[in-house]
Design a protein around this ligand. Structure first.
Ligand code: ATP
Ligand code: MG
Length: 388
């Protein structure tokens, strides 16, 4: 029996005249990602994407890949039937045998996308339901509390019947909302922040500040591993590794201890903007969350943000609790890697009593002791670009 995946696309429907462009983008992302698991024909019709296995490839193998593509709201595994009510009933009864044997109650929801089909949706539901009821007399029809929801979908060329609908990643296809530069540390938060913005259609690049030998090669590898996991959702990304040791040593030597972190964060933002511009990114993305640490109080964020004059900074976690962030991190698969115990450059030289309510003029006074432009230029020139 031939199986196929029907994918429901989300907000694409809302996009009016842009819909075609969005659907094309979604299909081309799916084609590229599915190459890793087999040979599939991918096309779109009336806001539904068809993923048809070719040769020896199977629809089941494509499911986990499709579930990680942004823009896909749900993934439905279905058997292909002729556009004939008897065939739909017969194929359905055979195809769904295991599921229906193990269920106590069921319902049928039918959809007639092709209005030329002579039987209306409610009647299709009644006819298929009646047939399945006869074939599996133990089943109780129940529209509210059902074990199995049998879906029938009559479309242009064929009809489809199935009972497995799985959640997709939601959001918008990668790249439909431009490119962004994620400040990626080895922590829990920044991969989640990147995922949240990738979900909104942003094509990600990443920048990582590396303070060798204060932070180790293992710490850098951990960041690359996180970028690879993130890439399973957002598409492969490039990590720009910025040499940060000299800057941290300069701040340490010349600035007051309690301003160390703030001055450092402003340096990160200046450099990140430059790296972002060089790579055609239109925004920065960070994993900051209000009040989480001293550098994330309203005042501290204000001082950090003051140097971000060239592009917006998106902080999707700003209003989230740690538990919420951790839950997403587990769901997207970055948690286990994030909690590996390697140090980040932010924990190098951390002051005991950082400023939590800093004044911008005082931060600027501390920075006057540094040759900011040269330090930024050196760091940007030293960037190592790693494509995963
Ligand atoms: P995370 O869990 O993402 O490390 P955090 O709670 O530890 O965040 P900070 O260390 O203050 O918070 O960092 C705030 C944000 O700054 C991070 O979410 C990340 O976007 C960015 N950042 C911190 N360290 C680095 C780094 N070494 N390289 C790139 N970006 C960084
Ligand atoms: Mg951190």
């Amino acid at each position: 029996m031939k199986q196929i995946l029907l994918l429901k696309c989300g907000e694409l429907i809302l996009k009016g005249l842009n819909r075609g462009r969005f659907e094309d983008k979604l299909c081309s992302i799916l084609r590229r990602r599915l190459k890793d698991v087999g040979d599939f024909d991918v096309h779109c019709n009336q806001s539904t994407v068809y993923v048809e296995p070719c040769g020896n490839s199977t629809a089941e193998d494509a499911i986990p890949v499709c579930q990680k593509v942004f823009g896909v709201v749900s993934v439905c595994l279905m058997a292909v039937c002729k556009k004939d009510i008897d065939d739909i009933c017969r194929v359905g009864a055979e195809y769904l045998k295991d599921v229906l044997d193990n269920a106590r109650s069921f319902r049928v929801t039918a959809k007639r996308a092709d209005k030329r089909f002579p039987i209306k949706s409610p009647e299709i539901g009644v006819m298929v339901g009646g047939y399945l009821q006869d074939a599996y007399p133990h089943l109780k029809p129940d529209m509210e509390n059902y074990d199995v929801n049998v879906e029938v979908n009559v479309r242009e060329e064929y009809a489809y019947i199935g009972a497995v609908r799985l959640p997709g990643a939601g959001g918008m296809p990668t790249g439909t909302n431009g490119r962004g530069m994620l400040l990626l540390s080895g922590g829990i938060d920044s991969p989640v922040a990147g995922w949240c913005m990738a979900k909104r259609g942003i094509d990600l690049s990443a920048v990582h500040f590396f303070s060798y030998p204060y932070t180790s090669e293992e710490a850098k590898q951990k960041v690359l591993d996180l970028a690879a996991i993130l890439g399973q959702w957002s598409g492969k990304l490039t990590v720009s590794v910025v040499p940060f040791t000299h800057i941290q040593e300069e701040i340490r030597a010349k600035c007051a201890d309690d301003y160390f972190t703030l001055v450092m964060r402003r340096m990160m933002m200046r450099i990140s903007q430059q790296v972002a511009i060089n790579q055609n990114c239109g925004c920065l993305i960070t994993g900051e969350s209000l009040g989480q640490v001293a550098s994330q109080t309203m005042e501290a964020l204000g001082c950090t943000n003051a140097v971000c004059t060239q592009m917006p900074v998106f902080r999707p976690l700003i209003g989230m609790d740690k538990e919420e962030i951790v839950a997403i991190s587990r769901r997207i698969g970055t948690f286990e890697t994030s909690v590996l115990p390697y140090e980040d450059c932010c924990t190098v030289f951390t002051p005991k009593h950082p400023q939590t309510r800093p004044k911008l003029e005082n931060v600027e006074k501390q920075e006057a002791k540094l040759d900011i432009d040269t330090l930024v230029a050196e760091a940007v020139a030293g960037v190592e670009r790693i494509t995963l």
